[in-house]
Design a protein around this ligand. Structure first.
Ligand SMILES: *Cc1c(COP(=O)(O)O)cnc(C)c1O
Length: 456
C-alpha cells in the first residue's frame, strides 16, 4: 500500500487567514479594478501569486536569526553562509545581494558588453531585462517540447544543444558565457537533467566559455533528477545538487525560492577577474562584501535554509503538492501545463474558458473569477502581461493564456489544496458564466501590476 505523502513538519506558530463571502470578494475585486495585484493580501484566502519570499521559516532558522552578527565588516554570519555555499556549490567566492536580480545586474555589468549574446534554456524576466538593459541579447534555446503545454517529457527545461552549438560556431565571439535556469521558471517550473547540464557545460568549454547557473530552484531540480533520470536514484538530492553546481563555473541565486528565506540572494563565482570587479560594484550599490545589502540575521537564516532545502522528505512533499493538485484538476477535465513542475500549477485559460476570445483576456478573467469564487489569488501569464498596446491603438496578444498558481514553501496543507481543487473544478462547471474583461486604464510598462479593468 502506498501511503500518502504528508507534510514532513508539524506546526508551531500559526497565522490566521480571513474568511470572506463571495459578495464581499466581488465588491473587493471591483474596488481593485479586477486586478488581483491591487488587493490587500488580508482579503485573500489562499495566496498563490508567487513562491518568491513567501515561504515559512523553520524553528532552526528562527533560532539562527538570534545568532545574527550585525558587524559591518567580517560578520561571523557571513563566514557561516560562505562555508555552507562552498560546501554546496564548490565555488570559491560568494557575494551576498539583497535578491536575485541584484546578483544578475552585477554579473552582467562585469561580464558582458553591448552586442553580446547570452544563451539559456529560458531567461527569467528579470534576467532578460537586466541583460537587455546592458544591450545584450538574451537568447532562449529550450528544447521544442518545452514550448508545448501538453507534451509530456521528463526534462522539459533542457536546453537544445544543437542550437547552442550552431550559435557558438556562427557567433561564438559574441557569447561571453552560457546560462541555464533550474528549474525553468518561465517554462512552467520544468527541470533540466544532469546529463543536459553536463553536456551543455562541456560544449561551452570546448569554445572556452563558462557556464553560469540561475539556481533559484536548484533543490527542486535535483529532486526531479533523482526521481526521473536513469542512474540517479541512488544518490542523495544534495549530492546531485553538488554535482550540478560543480558542472558549472558560478551561479546567481534568489534565496527567496530554494534559499527558504523571505529576502536575500547571492552571486557565487570562481573567476578571479569577475570577482574583483563584482566586489567593487557591490560596494558601490549593495554594501560591503560581507553583508551585501542583507542583515547578519538574514545571512544566518539563509545558511540554515540552504541546508534544510535538500531534505528529501521535504522535497518529495514539495513536488508531490503540485502533482497532487494537477491530478485532481486533470481528472475533472481542467487543462493544465503538463507534467506539473516543481513550484506551481499552470491553468490553461483558453481551454477553461473556450467561449472567450483573445480580446477578452481569458487568463485575466480566470484569475479574477478564481478570486471571486474562492478567495484564491493566482497570476495571469498571458496577454495582459506579455501583450502590448501599439501606438496606433491596436493590441498584440500572447499565444498562451495561463494562470499560474505558485505555492509558498511549507505554508499550506493538503486541505488547502483540496479546497483549491474543489473551487477550480466547481468554477469549470459554470465556466460559461465567466465574462471577458476590458481595459479601463493601462500603464506603458509592466501594465499587469497596475491595470484597471471592467467586466465585458
Ligand atoms: C525570482 C527569480 C529571479 C529573480 O530573483 P529576485 O529575488 O526576484 O530578484 C531570477 N531567476 C529566476 C529563475 C527566478 O525565479
Amino acid at each position: 500500500m502506498a501511503l500518502p505523502i504528508i507534510e514532513p513538519f508539524r506546526i508551531k506558530s500559526v497565522e490566521p487567514i480571513r474568511l470572506t463571502t463571495r459578495e464581499q470578494r466581488k465588491e473587493l475585486l471591483e474596488q481593485a479594478g479586477l486586478n488581483v495585484f491591487q488587493l490587500h493580501a488580508d482579503d485573500v484566502l489562499l495566496d498563490f501569486l508567487t513562491d518568491s519570499g513567501t515561504g515559512a521559516m523553520s524553528a532552526r532558522q528562527w533560532a539562527a536569526i538570534m545568532e545574527g552578527d550585525e558587524s559591518y565588516a567580517g560578520s561571523k554570519s557571513f563566514f557561516r553562509l560562505e562555508a555552507v555555499v562552498r560546501e554546496l556549490t564548490g565555488y570559491q567566492t560568494i557575494i551576498p545581494t539583497h535578491q536575485g536580480r541584484a546578483a544578475e545586474r552585477i554579473l552582467f555589468e562585469v561580464a558582458t558588453k553591448p552586442g553580446d549574446i547570452v544563451p539559456s534554456n529560458t531567461h527569467f524576466d528579470t534576467t532578460r531585462a537586466n541583460l537587455e538593459y546592458d544591450q545584450v541579447e538574451a537568447l532562449d534555446l529550450v528544447i521544442p517540447e518545452g514550448l508545448e503545454p501538453r507534451t509530456r517529457h521528463p526534462f522539459k527545461g533542457n536546453i537544445d544543444l544543437g542550437r547552442v552549438e550552431a550559435l557558438l560556431k556562427d557567433r561564438g565571439a559574441r557569447v561571453p558565457f552560457g546560462m541555464i535556469t533550474i528549474t525553468n521558471n518561465s517554462g512552467g517550473g520544468q527541470p533540466v537533467s544532469l546529463e543536459n547540464i553536463r553536456a551543455y557545460s562541456a560544449l561551452l568549454k570546448r569554445f572556452g566559455k563558462p557556464l553560469i547557473i540561475d539556481a533559484c530552484r536548484f533543490a527542486e531540480n535535483a529532486m526531479f533528477v533523482k526521481m526521473r533520470e536513469p542512474g540517479q536514484a541512488e544518490k542523495s538530492a544534495r549530492d546531485i545538487a553538488r554535482e550540478i553546481f560543480r558542472s558549472a563555473d558560478g551561479c546567481t541565486m534568489s534565496a527567496k525560492k530554494d534559499g527558504m528565506v523571505n529576502i536575500g540572494g547571492f552571486l557565487a563565482l570562481n573567476d578571479e577577474g569577475w570577482v574583483e570587479a563584482a566586489k567593487n560594484l557591490l560596494i558601490l550599490t549593495e554594501g560591503f562584501p560581507t553583508y551585501g545589502g542583507l542583515a547578519g540575521r538574514d545571512l544566518e537564516a539563509l545558511a540554515v535554509g540552504l541546508e534544510e532545502v535538500t531534505d528529501e522528505a521535504y522535497l518529495r512533499y514539495r513536488l508531490r503538492t503540485a502533482e497532487y493538485l494537477g491530478e485532481k484538476l486533470r481528472a475533472a477535465g481542467v487543462g493544465i501545463v503538463e507534467p506539473t513542475g516543481g513550484h506551481a500549477v499552470y491553468l490553461d485559460a483558453k481551454d477553461f474558458l473556450p467561449h472567450l476570445k483573445p480580446e477578452d483576456y481569458p487568463a485575466w478573467a480566470l484569475s479574477a473569477a478564481l478570486y471571486v469564487e474562492g478567495g484564491i489569488r493566482g497570476a495571469e501569464i498571458g496577454s495582459v502581461m506579455f501583450g502590448k498596446r501599439l501606438p496606433d491603438g491596436t493590441e498584440t496578444y500572447h499565444p498562451m493564456e495561463l494562470v499560474r498558481l505558485a505555492f509558498p514553501r511549507r505554508v499550506y496543507t493538503q486541505s488547502h489544496f483540496d479546497y483549491a481543487a474543489e473551487i477550480i473544478c466547481d468554477l469549470k462547471r459554470k465556466a460559461r458564466e465567466v465574462h471577458g474583461v476590458r481595459f479601463v486604464k493601462q500603464a506603458r510598462w509592466l501594465r499587469h501590476f497596475t491595470a484597471q479593468m471592467r467586466w465585458a
